[in-house]
Ligand binder design. Structure first.
Ligand code: UPG
Ligand code: MN
Length: 744
């Protein structure tokens, strides 16, 4: 169960008070990297010069295609420059948790954990309670820990599951602590340690496994049958909330304190105190916007202030369990460090997943993003807030500005006003805080709490906090602290990417644009770093252009690149080869494989020509007031059939999404051009075509290679995940149109 070493030696307690609680290291080789990047930059400039000086004259064929290439390459180049800043400041942080325990011992501050769920079908209650149980059993004093579940589904099955989980926690927490179990999420733990013979504490293991399976069965059958056992219903008054009609989008506020941490009688099977567990579902009315996760988080902020008011907050999505029992202690090191801790607003962990396939078919692993890019932003003290796996200082979420000399007196005791209230009184005083009209006329969603109106509420909110003077820390431990569920079909993956890129481009084109909003407030490198993500949507254009126009021109015999025999060709070749070789090396050094890199390139192509492209237009539409912000929830359950193909790394299409039409059309166009272009090059006796067109043939060839799974899904596969024939006909039609189009 590999406990990590704290990494520090023995120290006497008198010395420790001045020693830092975390270390920072900058990455090696930054100097070499800069030199290398400069050569690419020179190559880029040469490409631009070539494009500008060789534009075909008016009336010549291919003039407009050429100008398009110029713009595409200009865009690519600019975007490449933007991706540089993060690579110049990569910084790794290492908390020293043993020092923390020595120094703070019993005096640790309270931590409130916020878990959000939104739909009992897409996010099954057993998944949700696994996340709850994983944090309940972290290495942290129970009386200081409170877990809040916000249920935007307003589902009594989720409530029931939480109730069951609270009962099971009386056994699970002592089991985890006694045997130092990791991960502390039961499902993941039993999946990882599935053979009783490997376990030293066999009997205890069998007993707890049985308890878990029984609980899971009770929950699953309640969900399936739509009936919660009468007996349970009568035991807990909380179920009466569902006596009135509760629809997902139409119900009153519900707050139920399931376990009250103040209660000295609330103990586990060994007599140890239990953490507080609260279920809440904010009021929803059909006509009232509820602001998705941001709204849920703000409701959680207010309810928790009323109940436990922990000075630090951990925010998790319902599918992301704690994989390291020490994660809370580690995060606190960054906040409680005497020298720098007071300026830290939040500590973000990368999003890691436990359902990735070997070669990461949908490009979810984000090796380079996690190890380089986010660490680079962290180096500027501007780590992104990525929604889940993030620890916050409560005050910062409430909109507090940083001021020099600020030192927080975190209230070690609960708020005095709430300490004597009974459970019922607390619940009643919390409920009005999450009514629909509570936020009317207040700063919530603007200056307070998470910011509304953007599908990536996390990124904007993080930026706003940094612009109020705070710093943020990015922490990427070797053993992931949290593990979530990654999209496991192509459609789910592309829909998620669409929401993200849309939200991010919306941020870029709003008053929160980092270059304007962050000007003078955050490092220029950090502003650029933000734009690496915020500009995803517009990068779709040069990519689509590159995937469509060179093959079309090849079909018509129009050259778009310098002749191989010309010196200019070297600039193109160098930039292309150097960039890709570097990208491979970077990916492999960050833990990926060659195949994973290749799969990621395919996903980048798919994302850019579909998700980002559509996101761009939807952002414009929204800007013009023609549509409203929406949030397409990521589905976390798939059928057995689909799961099997995911395991085998077969791309799952299986619907007639318009995105597939775009993908299939470009794939077919490149195939056609490749065949045509090759024929031309081979049959040309003077080798003129070879000299002039080979670059385009190679480009088509690469695109065809990357698209092989698309051709398979179009023509060869018969399983349910193939591309439906309707998509094929549409694509063939579009392809014919494209080929008939005159070229200029
Ligand atoms: O109306 C809503 C919609 C969503 N959620 C919750 O928000 C979380 C994220 O939703 P999910 O569908 O899993 O989206 P992802 O794309 O996986 O989430 C990432 O991206 C989101 C922004 O787009 C962030 O909010 C998330 O924290 C981040 O993990 C989940 O726990 C949901 O239950 C709500 O509570 N209420
Ligand atoms: Mn998610």
């Amino acid at each position: 169960m590999g406990k990590k070493e704290g990494g520090e030696g023995e120290e006497s307690p008198t010395v420790t008070t001045t020693l830092p609680l975390f270390e920072s290291k900058t990455a090696r080789f930054i100097g070499i990297y800069r030199a290398f990047a400069s050569t690419i930059f020179v190559g880029l400039c040469l490409i631009w010069v070539y494009r500008l000086t060789n534009i075909p004259r008016a009336g010549e064929r291919g003039r407009w295609a050429w100008i398009g290439m110029l713009m595409a390459e200009f865009w690519f180049g600019l975007y490449w420059i933007i991706t540089q800043s993060v690579r110049w400041s990569v910084t790794y942080r290492q908390p020293l948790k043993n020092r923390l325990s020595q120094r703070y011992g019993e005096k640790l501050p309270g931590v409130d954990v916020f878990i959000c769920t939104a739909d009992p079908k897409m996010e099954p209650p057993t998944l949700v309670i696994n996340t709850v149980l994983s944090v309940l059993s972290c290495n942290f004093p129970s009386e200081k820990l409170s877990v809040y579940l916000s249920d935007d589904g307003g589902s009594q099955y989720t409530f029931y599951a939480l109730l069951e989980a609270s009962r099971f926690s009386k056994y699970w927490i002592p089991f985890c602590k006694k045997f130092q179990v990791e991960p502390t999420a039961p499902e993941a733990y039993f999946a990882l340690h599935s053979d009783v013979h490997d376990i030293k504490y066999g009997q205890e293991w069998l007993d707890i496994k049985k308890l878990y399976e029984e609980m899971k069965n009770r929950i699953d059958s309640a969900v399936e049958s739509g009936k919660i056992p009468e007996e349970t219903k009568n035991q807990h008054r909380g179920f009466s909330e569902w006596n009135l009609t509760v629809e997902k989008n139409d119900h009153h506020s519900i707050v139920q304190i399931i376990t009250d941490g103040r209660d000295r009688n609330a103990v586990d099977k060994d007599g140890c105190r239990l953490p507080t567990i609260v279920y809440m579902s904010r009021e929803k009315r059909p006509q009232q916007p509820h602001n998705f996760k941001a709204g849920a988080m703000n409701a959680l902020l207010r309810v928790s202030s009323e109940i436990s008011n922990g000075p630090f907050i951990l925010n998790l999505d319902c599918d992301m369990y704690a994989n390291d029992a020490d994660s809370i202690l580690e995060a606190l090191c960054f906040f409680l460090d005497e020298k720098n801790g007071h300026e830290t607003a939040f500590v973000q962990h990368p999003q890691n997943y436990d359902n990735l396939t070997k070669s990461d078919i949908y490009g979810n692993a984000c090796f380079v993003t996690n190890a380089v890019e986010l660490a680079g932003l962290g180096g500027y003290g501007a780590a992104l807030y990525c929604g889940t796996g993030c620890f916050h200082r409560r005050e910062c979420l409430f909109g507090k500005k940083y001021s020099k000399g600020y030192r927080e007196q975190w209230n070690i005791e609960r708020q005095m006003s709430t300490i004597d209230k009974s459970i019922q009184e607390l619940e009643e005083s919390a409920k009005p805080l999450i009514n629909c009209n509570y936020e009317k006329g207040t700063q919530w969603g603007k200056e307070m709490g998470l910011i509304y109106g953007c599908p990536v509420e996390d990124i904007v909110t993080g930026l706003a906090i940094q612009c109020r003077g705070w710093k943020s820390v990015y922490y990427n431990p070797e053993r992931p602290s949290f593990l979530g569920v990654a999209p496991n079909t192509l459609e789910i993956a592309l829909v998620q990417q669409k929401r993200w890129s849309e939200g991010m481009f919306q941020t870029f084109s709003s008053k929160y644009c980092p270059f304007i909003y962050g000007h003078g407030k955050i490092h220029f490198g950090a502003q650029m770093g933000y734009c690496l993500y915020l500009l995803w949507a517009p990068v779709s254009f040069p990519t689509l252009y590159y995937a469509i126009v060179p093959p079309l021109c090849l079909l018509h015999g129009i050259p778009l690149f310098p002749k191989v025999s010309s010196l200019w060709f070297l600039a193109f070749a160098y930039v292309f080869v150097a960039k890709n070789v570097y990208s491979i090396v970077e990916c492999v050094m960050c833990g990926g494989t060659l195949k994973a890199w290749w799969n990621l390139q395919r996903m980048w192509l798919f994302r850019r020509i579909t998700s980002y492209f559509f996101a761009f237009f939807d952002t414009i539409k929204r800007q013009l007031g023609l549509s409203e912000t929406h949030f397409a929830l990521t589905n976390k359950v798939i059928t057995v059939d689909v799961a099997k193909r995911y395991e085998q790394e077969v791309l799952e299409f299986g619907s007639s999404s318009i995105m597939y039409t775009v993908m299939a059309t470009t794939a077919l166009l490149n195939l056609l051009s490749l065949v045509w272009g090759t024929k031309r090059v081979v049959t040309d006796l003077e080798l003129k075509a070879l000299d002039q067109l080979i670059s385009q043939v190679i480009l088509c060839g690469i695109l065809v290679l990357i698209n092989i799974p698309v051709y398979e899904a179009l023509f060869l596969r018969s399983d349910k995940g193939h591309i439906p024939s309707s998509v094929m006909y549409k694509s063939l039609f579009l392809l014919t149109l494209a080929c008939l189009m005159p070229t200029y």
